[in-house]
Write a protein that binds this ligand. Structure first.
Ligand SMILES: Nc1ncnc2c1ncn2[C@@H]1O[C@H](COP(=O)(O)OP(=O)(O)O)[C@@H](O)[C@H]1O
Ligand SMILES: CC(C)(COP(=O)(O)O)[C@@H](O)C(=O)NCCC(=O)O
Length: 346
């Protein structure tokens, strides 16, 4: 393959907050290529990535992609072909290999091999297009004969209801780790992974900006479960006795971080906010209904204020630092197209 291997920390990947990159480095001797420090990542540019798995057919049409596309996301069939078709093949190989491993360990233990869903996490900032990525993958993975049943949940269903956020004084921190019922999400994933026949999750509405009372999504032993959300790669919380509890990502077989420059994500958030005035905000039940009548200047001010006070600090403090934990990073350019793909090999 024509992609380039990179040293950890090298290449186009900007430093996550708190990383060593960006600090002055001691001068070190040049390392000969054959003894260069090994890296757990393979970093491919778009062209090299899209040449992989060229024999895998693309089972979607332009109309399918239009149906799956989120507001403001220009994804088209060419993008799905170049980026998501190889990813679907890779996930198919990984899911099959994990199934075989599971069968082997059941045989060793003398247990009947019960299938357990292959769980994929999709992380990244607000407005980077996680939901489109997750929906496209759901559609592609469901076309493989081994995984026809693909379920998708978003972690916003596990946000505390607004009344509870207000009671805790953290309404301005929606999307931060503490705004979620983390125990509920862990219980949900443990039940899905244990192969329970029916597992329920609460539902969030972007329209009312709150949990929908008395509504639940039911997951019935899928072959694959995709779990999409800002904070799905958060490490476990330390416990009072010096240990740590389980993390959501402990239940993942594979994880994807949808990455973009922070300035691009901010612009996409503002653009989407402007578009939402004529669609979601125009509906009387929308939490943001009062913003439907704002002119462009007022709407841009309001969107930038929300971004700068909530979504940017959350990205910098909680989300971006988890990028290195992902199995695969999709790095988007300013036009939303994926420019590079980084896969963790080890
Ligand atoms: N205020 C809103 N009203 C209606 N829909 C919204 C609103 N904010 C976000 N959405 C929709 O919710 C989905 C998830 O958005 P977000 O959490 O920003 O993640 P991403 O853009 O990475 O998918 C998107 O499809 C988006 O269009
Ligand atoms: C609902 C969200 C927290 C995303 O939740 P997720 O599905 O990623 O868990 C986010 O889209 C959001 O609404 N953030 C609050 C700030 C804002 O209104 O943009």
């Amino acid at each position: 393959m024509g992609g380039s291997l990179v040293r950890p920390g090298a290449g186009p990947w900007p430093a996550a907050p708190g990383s060593r990159r960006g600090r002055p480095r001691r001068q070190t001797a040049r390392v000969a290529p054959d003894i260069a420090p090994s890296t757990p990542y393979v970093d491919l540019d778009r062209a090299a990535w899209s040449r992989l798995s060229s024999s895998t057919p693309l089972p979607l049409t332009g109309a399918d992609v239009a149906r799956l596309r989120g507001l403001g996301d220009p994804i088209d069939l060419a993008e799905v072909d170049a980026v998501y078709r190889p990813l679907s093949r890779l996930l198919n190989l990984y899911a099959n290999a994990t199934g075989a491993l599971h069968t082997a360990s059941s045989t060793f233990l003398g247990e009947a091999a019960a299938r357990t869903p292959y769980v994929i996490g999709v992380a990244g900032s607000v407005a980077v297009g996680k939901s489109t990525t997750a929906r496209v993958l759901r559609e592609l993975l469901a076309r493989w004969p081994e995984t026809p049943r693909v379920a998708l949940i978003t972690t916003d269903g596990f946000l505390h209801p607004n009344a509870e956020l207000v009671r805790r004084g953290i309404m301005h921190r929606k999307g931060f780790p503490e705004s979620y019922d983390r125990r509920g999400l862990l219980r949900f994933l443990a039940a899905v992974k244990a192969g329970r026949s029916e597992v329920r999750a609460p539902v969030y509405s972007h329209l009312t900006y709150d949990i929908v009372p008395d509504e639940q999504v039911v997951i019935r032993r899928p072959d694959v479960l995709i779990v999409e959300g800002l904070n799905v790669l958060q490490p476990a919380r330390p416990t009072a006795v010096g240990g740590s509890s389980l993390a959501v990502s402990d239940f993942f077989d594979f994880s994807i971080y949808v990455d973009a420059r922070t300035s691009d994500a901010r612009q996409w958030y503002v653009d989407r906010f402007l578009s939402l005035r004529a669609t979601a905000f125009a509906q009387p039940e929308s939490y943001f209904h009062r913003f439907a009548e704002l002119d462009d200047h007022q709407a841009i001010d309001r969107a930038e204020e929300i971004w700068d006070s909530i979504n940017a600090p959350n990205l910098e403090q909680n989300i971006l630092p988890t990028r290195g934990r992902a199995t695969l990073v999709l790095r988007k350019g300013a036009d939303h197209a994926v420019e590079r793909v980084r896969l963790r090999k080890l």
